[in-house]
Ligand binder design. Structure first.
Ligand code: NDP
Ligand code: GDR
Length: 381
């Protein structure tokens, strides 16, 4: 059988990058949908880039947008994909409160556009569709751990848009016999995570603070709890969902939940700095209570003199509070374990090690460049 052809929307995002790597390693030809932007936006996939002049390229990018039906239909017609992974979305929950209409259009109706294009092009029997659904659908806690049968109660314009996408995927499956499955993925992170999501914001800030490049980390609600996994593991689940005989929906989660505060504490501890939290709500602060100089040396942090016990390095800024919050997410991975044979390979500690090490190296490189007279770092301003 000829190698499979996949189309990934959102190919320039965190999951798009890892999924492209995975599918290419399995011999797929991968087509990706990328948006036009005024600066290059392909950092995460540049290592996969192939000169378009080579014969039979395996990784091909197309300009497109989930808000443009004609463009999507043309690309799907040209590519004739065996599998579509619909990962594209305005994926930031807090930003969705500022851009609710756009979020509904891209994240909700965008999914309909893909399903309808596949149907109109007569590809319902050929093309399998993966829809990037989310644990945000559960929103206000109804029951824990959350499973495929837990009722939804979305708490943001993002989650409401994704709820439309979830149900329209189910509807096209039932109405037209399409292979269209939802992966209800709980939070997954990595060194490629967008810089404004909470884990990456923390690992970046912690790395900069230990290097003396930043004084303080400002956070929103650090009491919320998330079931965090590693994106590398989660893209394998996406792939497995489309390899099933029967199209159905799956929760993908680790089954372990952790408070944001604990993620912060663990990240600083990994970098050799113990934090103590005092105060409550808006007045809570995180203060350095111990410094492990041997650990700093092990990580190549030579100039840790600026780190002093008693210094406050974390404050709460209510601007990061959300109008409605999702307090507790913890997934039940029973079905994905049983039917997909999927289990996460990374623990939370391994995830933190991967992210914090990567950000530390990034800023150590910047620091070196600056020392040698190359470049100006805007975070010194
Ligand atoms: P990212 O934010 O890293 O990537 C989103 C991708 O979608 C980017 O490639 C972005 O392009 C693209 N995109 C945004 N809007 C449009 C549009 N209108 N048309 C075309 N492309 C668009 O998200 P993740 O990789 O983390 O997540 C992938 C998907 O999984 C998303 O749908 C997200 O909502 C969902 N999800 C994510 C979870 C997580 O924890 N990461 C958990 C559950 C679901 P550009 O690079 O140009 O901005
Ligand atoms: P989430 O992820 O909203 O769960 O959506 P995010 O990392 O943005 O927030 C997690 C929790 O941390 C709290 N928080 C902060 N969040 C951010 N971003 N910045 C802060 O300063 C901050 N302080 C506290 C939040 O209030 C929240 O409780 C992610 C996205 O990837 C979605 O696309 C995906 O669907 C879900 O995960 C599953």
């Amino acid at each position: 059988m000829a190698n499979k052809v996949a189309l990934i929307t959102g190919v320039t995002g965190q999951d798009g990058a890892y999924l492209s790597e995975l599918l290419l390693s399995k011999g797929y030809t991968v087509h990706g949908l990328k948006r036009r932007s005024s600066l290059f936006n392909t950092d995460r996939i540049d290592h996969l880039y192939e000169d378009p002049h080579v014969a039979n390229p395996k990784f091909i990018l197309h300009y497109g947008d989930l808000t443009d039906s004609m463009n999507l239909t043309r690309i799907i017609q040209e590519v004739q994909p065996d599998e579509i992974y619909n990962l594209a979305a305005m994926s930031h929950v807090q930003v969705s409160f500022e851009m609710p209409e756009y979020t509904a259009n891209a994240d909700g109706i965008g999914t309909l556009r893909i399903l309808e294009a596949v149907r109109l092009l007569g590809l319902t029997k050929k093309t399998k569709i993966y829809q990037a659904s989310t644990s945000e659908l559960y929103g206000l806690v109804q029951q824990v751990p959350q499973s495929e049968t837990t009722p939804f109660y979305p708490r943001s314009p993002y989650a409401v848009a994704k709820m439309y996408a979830y149900w329209i995927t189910v509807n096209y499956r039932e109405a037209y016999g399409m292979f269209a499955s939802n992966g209800i993925l709980f939070n997954h992170e990595s060194p490629l995570r967008g810089e404004t999501f909470v884990t990456r914001k923390i690992t970046r800030a912690a790395a900069k603070i230990v290097l003396g490049l930043q004084d303080c980390l400002y956070m929103g609600n650090i009491d919320s709890q998330r079931d965090w996994g590693h994106a590398k593991d989660y893209v394998e689940a996406m792939y497995l969902i489309l390899q099933q005989e029967v199209s159905e929906d799956f929760v993908i989660a680790t089954g372990v939940t952790t408070r944001v505060r604990e993620f912060i504490r663990k990240t600083f501890a990994f970098l050799g700095v113990e934090l103590t939290f005092t105060g409550t709500e808006e007045n809570e602060v995180g203060t350095i209570s111990a410094i492990d100089t041997a650990r700093l040396a092990e990580l190549g942090i030579a100039n840790g003199e600026h780190l002093k016990t008693g210094t406050t390095v974390l404050k709460i800024d209510p601007r990061y509070y959300r109008p409605t919050e999702v307090d507790l997410l913890i997934g039940n991975p029973g079905k994905c374990d049983e039917k997909l044979g999927w289990k996460p390979k990374h623990t939370l500690d391994m995830l933190i090690e991967d992210m914090a090490t990567s950000d530390l190296r990034l800023f150590q490189k910047d620091q070196l460049l600056l020392k040698e007279g190359f470049g100006v770092l805007n975070y010194f301003e």
